[in-house]
Design a protein around this ligand. Structure first.
Ligand code: MRU
Length: 316
């Protein structure tokens, strides 16, 4: 995303990888619509875009309302809006949120790289790269940081919205990171054959007990990882931690348009009249998470106690 001082220019992620085009937002309502319609997506990127949205409307109460109503699950959005409410200089605060996210991602990369063995084949999900953040990326940032150690990516396509096939694969190809694309239902097969070393994903909200909400299908991968004795790592900045939410059951899961399941790119494959569910996220219980990597370091076997320690450390 590019902030010009008078507008927020968002790389239109709906059109990737086929087309590079930007949506120009000049009001909070336009930013809110861009978030809702997935022009910009990914928890940290949504938070940054919302902060600039507040600047565009000079902190008007309606701006906060419109942005808060755009998407419910990623807590970074609400975290950014709270920070903006307390800010004396709105533009400086939005710029700080943006810059701090890149710094957090680089720190996550440095901490997380040590978790990846040389030559590790890293199965990842959704898109957690530069597109999903202010820059660099969380889980994909760790891969970036470890790329000189010969790591490679297995990108799950991530039905129904295909963030893995469209965005993660695109980022890897752009950067020359070795990447193999699979459909989501191939993950177990590859794990059973010993072709995956690590599962590494991002998060949209981490509850106080370490439960992780992330893109729908993440829970399935965590169960598979446990079954195959593979480490399951989550990478996320502190802006993704929600210490006010006690556990994953209390996290609101966004339900999106059924057309995302029945159609893609204007082509429909399901019969008219069929009932459809489209929850956009799921919750992975903390007991399935080997470690969470944040800018403060690696939290092994995360649970309520470890996260309370992290919260106290983050306040210092
Ligand atoms: O619906 P999306 O594309 O916004 O969902 C994004 C994810 O689930 C990501 O894994 C998460 O936001 C982490 S991005 C660093």
């Amino acid at each position: 995303m590019r902030w010009t001082g008078a507008a927020l220019e968002l790389l239109d992620q709906r059109r990737l990888p086929g087309e590079i085009s930007y949506v120009v937002c000049r009001s909070a309502a336009e930013v809110a619509r861009a978030i809702r319609e997935m022009v910009v997506r990914g928890a940290p990127a949504i938070g940054c875009a919302a902060a600039f949205g507040v600047v565009l409307d000079r902190g008007a109460p309606e701006a906060y309302e419109a942005l808060a109503a755009s998407r419910p699950t990623a807590v970074n959005l609400f975290w950014a809006l709270e920070r903006m409410k307390r800010a004396a200089d709105l533009e400086a605060e939005a710029r700080a949120i943006f810059a701090e996210d890149i710094a957090a991602n680089r720190a996550i990369g440095a901490h997380g790289a040590s978790l990846l063995p040389r030559g590790a084949r890293v199965l990842t999900y959704c898109n957690t790269g530069a597109l999903a953040t202010a820059g660099y990326g969380t889980a994909l940032g760790i891969v970036r940081a470890a790329r000189d150690r010969g790591v490679s990516v297995i990108a799950c396509e991530t039905r129904p919205y295909l963030q893995g096939a469209r965005l993660t694969a695109w980022e890897c190809v752009q950067e020359g990171i070795p990447c193999t694309l699979i459909t989501d239902n191939m993950a177990g097969h590859l794990m059973r054959r010993g072709e995956v070393d690590v599962v590494l994903v991002g998060a949209d909200r981490i509850a106080a007990n370490g439960d992780v909400a992330n893109k729908i299908g993440t829970y399935t991968l965590a169960v598979l990882a446990e079954r195959h004795g593979l480490p399951f790592y989550v990478a996320a900045p502190l802006s993704t931690f929600d210490f006010a939410t006690p556990d994953g059951d209390a996290i609101r899961i966004e339900e999106r348009d059924p057309a995302e399941v029945t159609d893609f790119g204007g082509s429909r494959w399901a019969p008219e009249g069929v009932r459809v569910r489209n929850p956009a996220f799921d919750v992975t219980p903390a007991s399935l998470v080997s470690a969470i990597v944040c800018e403060k370091g690696v939290i092994e076997r995360p649970g309520r106690e470890r996260l309370a320690e992290l919260r106290a450390a983050a306040r210092r």
